[in-house]
Write a protein that binds this ligand. Structure first.
Ligand code: NAG
Ligand code: NAG
Ligand code: NAG
Ligand code: NAG
Ligand code: NAG
Ligand code: NAG
Ligand code: NAG
Length: 544
C-alpha cells in the first residue's frame, strides 16, 4: 500500500458556472455502439470507461479473433476496444485500490451456460487487476489474472466491493453459485483485498439474518421458502418484516433492486446520510409463482442520518414521482443526486423459473421502463426534494444489466440493459427488451457553458492540508461562491454505485481570481485514499 495519507487525483474538471446567455437544458444524445453489453462499468482514467459483460456472444472480438466480454469505451472517440479476460466476469463487482489499480471481483462459472462461444474460465473467485492506465486510448492497458495465485477466499457471484479507509477493498456477500432469483447458497461473509485476517473471511451476521432459507424438493425441482432460521432467537420473522427493520417493508437489495447512496459530505462535520430508494415492499418470502413483471415498484425513499440523534429519529420517508425497480443514483458534483433508469414495475433478473405464468415481457421480469430521470436535492425541505422539471425523456429502456456513471467531463454516461440470457433481438411487434448496445450521454446544462480552466493541479494531495491551484475563469462566471468537490465516480452494476461519494472541500479564491486555495478532506474515513475527480461548481448553479 502506498502512504495512506495521500489521495491521488486522476484529473480535474471545472463544472458549472453562472448561467450566462440564456438557460441551456439537460440533453440526451446517443454516442455509438458499446461492442459488448455494459453490464458493469467503471471510469478508469480521464478518457476511459471499462465495461464488463458475461462471457457470451457479444459482437466485439479481441485481436486474436475471440469473442470479447471486456472492453474499454473511449470517451473522446466514442468507440470500444476489446480487453481480453480469462474468467467469466458475469455479475462481478469492483473498485479502484488506493494505488490506482482497478480490481474486478468475483463472477460466474460459465461451465453450464456461457460456454457456447467462449473459452472463459470459472470466475466465481476471480480477481482481475487493471491499470492504472495512462494511455488516453488505453493502448497496452491489460487485465491481469492469475487465478491460481490471486483469488478470493470464497466463491462470490454478485458480491459488493468498496474501497475502505486503508485503501484496500472490502468485499461483501454474493452467492456461492449461480441461481435464477432468490439466493440459494449465500456467502455470508466479508473478506478484503489485499487480504486481512490471514485470508480468513469474516462471518457477517447481517447477511446471515437477511437471507432466506428454503426446503428444496429434488423430485419436483421446487423451493419452499421458510422464515429465516439465522435470525437471533429474540427476534421473530414477523418483527423482521415490520417497519422497525425496513420502513413499510421496503426492500432494496437484489433481486428487489432498489438503490442506495451516501449523500454528499460537507465540512466541517461531514455528517453521513444514506438515501435508499425504490425496490419493492413484497416480502422476500413470497414464492416466485406469485411475482409478476406488472407488480408496481416502490416509489418510497428512506433516508437516515448516521449520528446517534439521526439513528434515534429513524428513517425519514419521501416519495419519488414514480415507483422504480433497478434505478441507480448518481451523486453529482454540485451535491444533488440524479435518480435514473430502471422499470416502474416488476423485479430484477430475467426468465426466473416459476414467475407468475405469462407475465414476463420477453425474458424480462420487469416492465414499464422509467425514461425520465429525477433530480434529488438533499438540502431542500422534505416534500420538495424530487423534481423531473426540465429533465428530458430518453426512449432507450435501461432495465436489468444496465449501467450509468458520471464522467470526468461532468456529464452522465449510460449503457447496457439486457434482461436476457445472451444477446437477444426481439423483432418488432414481439414483446421483449432486446440487448441494448446503444451508448448515451445525458448532459447537464453546464456542459454547454464556458468553463474555467485549472492549472498546476497536484497529482497527489495529503489529507487535512491546504493546496493551491491555478484557475482561469471565463468572463461572466460568478465567483462569489465556488464549491469544490472531490468525487469518487464509483462502480456501476445491478442498480448500485459502490464506492461513489462526493466530499466538499473549503476553498478561497485569491483577490486576483487566479488562484484557488483548497483544504483537503480531513482524513481517510471522510475520503478513502485513492483516485478522485476534482470538480468545481458555482453555488449559483445549484440547480445546475
Ligand atoms: C496495487 O496493489 C495491488 C494489491 O497489492 C497490487 O496487486 C498491484 O500490483 C498494485 N498496483 C500498482 C500499480 O502498484
Ligand atoms: C478457444 O481457444 C482455442 C485455443 O486457443 C481457440 O482456437 C478458439 O478459437 C477459442 N474459442 C473461442 C470461442 O474463443
Ligand atoms: C505498446 O506495447 C508495444 C509492445 O510492447 C510497444 O511497442 C508500444 O510502444 C506500446 N505502446 C504504447 C502507447 O505504450
Ligand atoms: C406496497 O406498495 C404498493 C405499491 O406502491 C402499494 O400499493 C401497497 O399499498 C404497499 N403495501 C404495503 C403493505 O405497504
Ligand atoms: C442464447 O441462449 C440460449 C439459451 O438461453 C441458447 O439456446 C442459445 O444457443 C444462445 N445463443 C448463442 C448464440 O449462444
Ligand atoms: C488551511 O487553511 C485554513 C484556512 O485558512 C487554516 O485554518 C488551516 O490551519 C490551514 N491548514 C494547514 C494545515 O495549513
Ligand atoms: C477562506 O477564507 C475564510 C474567510 O476568510 C476562512 O474562514 C477560511 O478558513 C478560508 N479557507 C481556506 C481554505 O483558506
Amino acid at each position: 500500500m502506498p502512504s495512506l495519507n495521500k489521495l491521488s487525483l486522476l484529473s480535474a474538471t471545472l463544472l458549472g458556472a453562472a448561467l450566462v446567455g440564456g438557460t441551456p437544458g439537460w440533453k440526451f444524445s446517443t454516442k455509438g455502439h458499446s461492442g459488448i453489453l455494459a453490464l458493469e462499468a467503471i471510469v478508469v482514467s480521464p478518457t476511459l470507461v471499462l465495461m464488463f459483460d458475461r462471457a457470451t456472444d457479444d459482437p466485439l472480438h479481441t485481436p486474436d479473433g475471440n469473442v470479447a466480454w471486456g472492453a474499454l469505451w473511449n470517451l473522446e472517440t466514442n468507440e470500444p476496444t476489446a480487453v481480453k479476460l480469462q474468467s467469466d466476469s458475469f455479475c462481478a463487482s469492483g473498485s479502484i485500490l488506493s494505488n490506482g489499480t482497478m480490481v474486478s471481483v468475483g463472477g460466474n462459472d460459465p461451465a453450464t451456460e456461457d460456454l457456447w462461444l467462449t473459452n472463459a474460465t470459472n470466475g466465481l473467485n476471480a480477481l482481475r487487476l487493471f491499470g492504472p492506465c495512462t494511455d488516453p486510448a488505453g493502448v497496452n492497458c491489460t487485465i491481469f489474472e492469475d487465478i491460481n495465485n490471486v483469488h478470493l477466499a470464497e466463491n462470490r457471484w454478485y458480491p459488493t466491493t468498496i474501497r475502505i479507509s486503508d485503501g484496500s477493498l472490502m468485499i461483501m456477500g454474493g452467492n456461492h453459485e449461480a441461481t435464477t432469483f432468490y439466493n440459494t447458497a449465500p456467502s455470508n461473509t466479508y473478506e478484503f483485498f489485499p487480504s486481512k485476517d490471514g485470508g480468513v473471511p469474516r462471518h457477517s451476521p447481517l447477511l446471515a439474518r437477511t437471507v432466506n432459507t428454503i426446503i428444496y424438493d429434488i423430485d419436483t425441482d421446487t423451493e419452499t421458502l421458510l422464515p429465516d432460521l439465522c435470525v437471533s432467537p429474540s427476534v421473530d420473522a414477523e418483527t423482521i418484516d415490520s417497519q422497525a427493520y425496513s420502513p413499510n417493508g421496503q426492500r432494496v437489495s437484489n433481486p428487489f433492486d432498489g438503490t442506495a447512496q451516501l449523500l454528499p459530505l460537507y465540512p466541517p462535520a461531514y455528517t453521513p446520510t444514506i438515501l435508499a430508494c425504490g425496490g419493492s415492499n413484497k416480502s422476500d418470502l413470497t414464492p416466485t409463482s406469485e411475482l409478476s413483471s406488472q407488480d408496481p415498484a416502490l416509489a418510497q425513499c428512506s433516508r437516515i442520518t448516521l449520528t446517534p440523534e439521526g439513528i434515534e429519529q429513524g428513517w425519514e420517508l419521501d416519495s419519488m414521482p414514480q415507483g422504480r425497480m433497478m434505478a441507480e443514483m448518481i451523486p453529482l458534483p454540485n451535491g444533488q443526486i440524479l435518480i435514473i433508469n430502471g422499470g416502474q414495475t416488476g423485479y430484477a433478473a430475467y426468465s426466473s423459473d416459476g414467475f407468475l405464468p405469462g407475465t414476463e415481457v420477453g425474458n424480462s421480469n420487469a416492465d414499464h421502463p422509467a425514461f425520465t430521470p429525477i433530480l434529488y436535492t438533499p438540502w431542500a425541505p422534505l416534500g420538495s426534494r424530487m423534481s423531473q422539471e426540465g429533465l428530458p425523456a430518453t426512449d432507450i429502456p435501461r432495465l436489468y444489466h444496465s449501467t450509468v456513471t458520471l464522467t470526468p467531463q461532468g456529464n452522465l454516461w449510460l449503457a447496457g440493459s439486457n434482461p436476457n440470457a445472451n444477446t437477444t433481438v426481439f423483432p418488432p411487434g414481439v414483446p421483449g427488451y432486446s440487448t441494448e448496445f446503444r451508448v448515451e450521454t445525458l448532459d447537464p446544462p453546464y456542459m454547454e457553458l464556458p468553463r474555467p480552466i485549472l492549472s498546476d493541479v497536484p497529482q497527489k494531495i495529503a489529507f487535512n492540508e491546504n493546496f493551491t491551484i491555478g484557475i482561469d475563469i471565463p468572463e461572466g462566471v460568478s465567483t462569489s461562491s465556488i464549491q469544490v468537490a472531490l468525487v469518487d465516480l464509483g462502480f456501476s452494476t445491478h442498480a448500485f454505485h459502490s464506492s461513489a461519494r462526493v466530499v466538499f472541500m473549503n476553498s478561497n479564491l485569491s483577490n486576483d481570481g487566479k488562484e484557488l486555495t483548497i483544504t483537503a478532506p480531513p482524513n481517510n474515513r471522510v475520503y478513502p485514499p485513492g483516485p478522485g475527480m476534482f470538480h468545481l461548481a458555482s453555488e449559483s448553479s445549484n440547480v445546475l
